[in-house]
Design a protein around this ligand. Sequence first.
Ligand code: ADP
Length: 609
Amino acid sequence: MSHGHRQLTENDPTFTSKKRSTTEIIRRVSVYLWPYKWLAMATIGCAVLSLLCAFAFPRLTQIIIDDVIGGGQTDKLTPVILLLLGAFFLRDFFNSVRIQVNNHFEQNVVYDMRRDVYGRLQRLPVSYYDKRASGDLMTRVIEDVNAVERLLIDGTEQGTVAIVSIFGVLAILFATNPLLAGIAMIPIPLLAIGAMCYTLTAHSRYRKQRQASSAMNSLLMDNLQGVREIKAFGRERHEDDRFTDRAEAMRQGTLTIMRAWAFYNPAMSFITASGTGLVLWIGGNQVMNTAMSVGELVAFLFYLALFYEPIGKLHGLNQMLQAARAGGERVFDILDATEERKDAKSSQPLPEPVRGEVEFREIHFEYTEDKPALHDISLIAKPGQMTALVGPTGAGKSTLVNLLPAFYEATGGAITIDGQDIDSTSLESLRKNISVVNQEPFLFNGTIGENIAYGNLNADDEKIAEAAQAANCFDFISELTEGFGTRVGERGVRLSVGEKQRISIARALLKASPILILDEATASVDTATERLIQQALERLMVGRTTFVIAHRLSTIRKADQILVLKDGRITERGTHDELVGQQGLYARLARIQNTTFIEESFEKLEPST
Ligand code: ADP
């Protein structure tokens, strides 16, 4: 195990959540409970009925001891036993109903909550995901929602049973023997102090453990996705160490909770047991002084057990409450995160048919304050035109195209499509009209056919095949044993970058949007494949306003306008021929022979600029 690595700290921004009070968590959770209030009432009703049946046992025992055994009324024995059996039967019957009703109640609540969390996750802006690990978010949706669930399953049951039995039994105890009842209360202040100490310190323990769990899951997720890199770089030992550290933090976090519990729970149990001892001591004396019958003392002790037991459960409840609070904080963090855009009532769809004229007017953008990634970007792309963006890495090309579908929102200036400001356009309409083809496209777990149909869920097999034809991927798909039914993504066959690109081109073709954003693949493919991809792209670009982050000189030459970006500014613009005539950066680039990728040229040029 290594110790040199950064350990998980309370302040690791990735895994922390806003601190919230228990009352806030309870208030927020109760919003989810409200629709199922009748199920909750039924649960409580069954718990109370079951409890009342349990109350019969001590009283009936008292009758057997005092009247049957002590008083010799043998004829009473059979009816009392039958009564007792009846009471036990009803107790367990109501319990069975309660468990079933409660399960429905709690599963409904958790279902609603999970869907809300997932729904919110989908509406969060891309920038939210820039700062989070997916493993952390998964932990929140799965494990933390469960922590809240546990409170609902066991919490509502134990809580109501405890409160009802504490007050019910308290009344019986005082009615039976006030002196003994008073003595039985002696441990209560100690229990209250213990519970308070535990509660006040428990929260930070649970927070740490939840964070540790998130950190471990995040690393796991990362490593499962990067398994090839880990092997290629021979970093198994290194990753082992990192995982060990996180697993260790998880172990420590859980052990800290258990250590506190291992002390707290038995200590509380001993305090209540001392109460029973005291009652037996004083009660025994009372029986010897004939102030009380044996049966009464036995009944009293049984009732006392019914009193102390729920108090013991209150500790458990406390433990659950603390876990739910830590989990709830993390769940409500997601639910409270700002959605990507409040589609105001004023936001409108783009007027149909969308021609696809795009204008950037003095656009300014910064990811972090005072560190602008784009300055003063103005451009006009006429419908059907192709705009090539070139420039060294980090110049802001991806940032520029990400503003168009509002993945990020510009900090200054305006972007219009067909003259309508995208700020006042509904996101649904905006994104429906823009297709994106990425460098290394993402394919979902599913078949090739399903992945292509992602572009248009209503497309039939014929349309899918047509798109595949046009994207030059029909032939290789047909050669696969299962054709369009072949599974791809994480659980399926591995496709080459060139193949994935063509599938994603087919997907974009099906979407048939007037605007296209294209990030050319930088990976070298053989010339035959390259020609297939180029052909597919040309078919895709026909009639669409295209922004291409261009890496190949061959693509750029065909562009209607070329924008050269450097440090977030447009430094040169024009067609290939115009720019060559200008004797600027682009002209020098174009003069470098034997390069396929524009970046290589930039690197060669960089020292002299
Ligand atoms: P290019 O696509 O030309 O390589 P980018 O648009 O990716 O350049 O990046 C432009 C600048 O913005 C770079 O300095 C980069 O580090 C920064 N940047 C890119 N994405 C983010 C992000 N999600 N958060 C913060 N900074 C970013």
